[in-house]
Design a protein around this ligand. Sequence first.
Ligand code: ADP
Length: 720
Amino acid sequence: MPVARILFPMPLPEPFDYLIPEGMDVEPGSYVRAPLGKYERTGVVWAVKQAVPDRELKTIEHHFDVPPMTSSMRRFVEFCARYNVAGPGQVLAMALRARGGLSPSPTQTIYEVTGHRTNRMTPAREKVLTAATELGPNSAAELARAAGVSSSVVKGLVEAGSLAADNRATDLPYPAPDPSRSGHALTTEQGAAAETLRAAMKKGGYAPFLLDGITGSGKTEVYFEAIAEILANDPTAQVLVLLPEIALTQAVFERFEERFGAGPAPWHSSLSDQQRRRTWREVANGRARIVTGARSALFLPFANLKLIIVDEEHDSSFKQEDGVRYHARDMSVMRAKLEEAAVILASATPALETVVNAESGRYQRLKLSARPGAARLPDMHLVDLRSNTPEQGNWLSPILSKGLVATHAAGEQSLLFLNRRGYAPLVICKACGERLKSPGTESWLTEHRYSNRLVCHLTGWSMPKPDKCPLCGAKDSLMGVGPGVERVAEEVRVLLPDATVEIFSSDTAMGGEATRGIVERMAGGEIDVLVGTQIVAKGHNFPNLTLVGVVDADSGLQGGDLRAGERTYQLLSQVAGRAGRAERPGRALIQTYQPDNPAMQALAAGDRDGFLKIERDVREELTLPPFGRMAALVMSAPDAGMAKDIGLLAGKAAPHGEGVTVYGPAPAPISILRGRHRLRFLVTAPRDVDLSAYMAAWVGSLKLPSAARAAVDIDPYSFL
Ligand code: ADP
């Protein structure tokens, strides 16, 4: 009897057996619906076998008419689960994020001009016919909206024979990209990199690359050549371009459109359900040829994935910090291996992990060392805040203030970078000294003047700013301490009263529309000084921007995590790289109290490789990643007593492993989050130890109270 093993997208230990009804043509990878407990659930057939069941099996109810999940994708799901110490069903859930995509597109009635003109025309009818001619076939609601009339006018025109109704899918296929269109004429250096990539695309098979080029050197132009080659070579090949979520702007979309004559299929967290199911369906059936997406796009079930590009590969947003904790860059390389595809990791400041892989020959490195044409990297200057101290209550040093005035006088633009949203990162009571905290969370509240609220940036909790201290009741005693972007903008407005100053942060740019607005105003020269958080660091091109000021270069160095220096270097050089993109030279003024810190010295000298070498030597000496392995176990409980107990229990249960060191339990730096008490273990091991297996065995052996939680984080990036 044929029996199917079905994996469901939920945290179950393994696939379950089901009978295949006669005439149902399922195979490994088929998407099906089958009864599970009280409900019917969608799952994927993991294997089909001939068996005589030793118990009564339930029967598959429905087989979706979608191409089966490829075996390479199924292997990838298994690999991801094992490596990241998660259940395969939890990983499968990430691949099934748009169930609507399993069914054919819903349809809608559309109306099209027939060419027949009724002699009973009215001005309203005239408007609808004009709209239908201009917009092409469309729904009654859309035509009526465009014509500014009621939809009964559309119906009237159908009866009169001037419009014909037809049924059409609501989720249309994406227009096909045209790989034969040509891009910019490449520089010699770009041409050489593109040629190497084209040769690899022609050859096919697994091929990992590091595309290492300074900001604005044309990395995008070069990987466009690889995309064009693979699309032209293989008429079914698909390409995935992963970008940090906040870089997925309209501007990126338009660049693809310009190069390939059609925009890519998008995948990110703010898609509507309809867009999501449309992309999922088109990816699964192989028609979507280029997908641009955030990290979760890596789990889309491509039919024939031939090239993955991870742009800004060093970006920490590729690491998922909840649910299944994975690093999309590392998983991309694995997926490429399983798909026998090429993978290009692109960055101006590649992660040390990636650089070490390139040095050891595991990845082929392609270098772009210059900007095309007249554009060049900005001059970098450190501003030592110890001798160049801002005036009391201010945050801009005299040098930076002068720079802003001069830049504005020259009719050029400035960008001030401070990675702190809001007005002030801390609110204290002048009367009793209380620092206002988020309820149930060990985190300070940030003052936001824009919305007049106090906000917890960790949990999103907020309240209107009270007029008296919640603790001592003193009136008007609450005071914001330290700078946020709103406060810096306030200072600039005093300095340059006739300048247009805008703030660019996730508070002022909620959603694509607002972001686009700010970027367009800045690119069009309407803004004189833009004050932004890390949202400004990514990919924007502002031709008239000549001064970048970093308000507090040291903020990322605190906290002592493994990659603090590396991340600071990456972020600051990326921000500085916004200046001097076009014909005008730019400069960056970096305010710091630690000018001797290696990250600051390297920034000033433009010596990225020297900096990486120091980082590398330190990590090698201490066998930290990528020279050793690291994992974390984060545990939490609803009260301090239980947290202590489970910490002791887990500490005792840690298995012995050759070369494995377990540190902890220690209270997590955020020791209480949303009412849960948190503690952490950190585990290190030599490279040849299978730390995933070790962690799985450890966590698997724990018998925890049901209110307790334990989460494994392989290769942790966050130490909070
Ligand atoms: P990166 O991805 O390395 O930051 P981009 O590919 O975005 O660089 O290129 C930066 C800018 O330079 C873009 O506006 C791009 O169109 C332009 N550019 C890159 N290469 C060329 C070239 N060979 N000729 C003309 N313009 C180019």
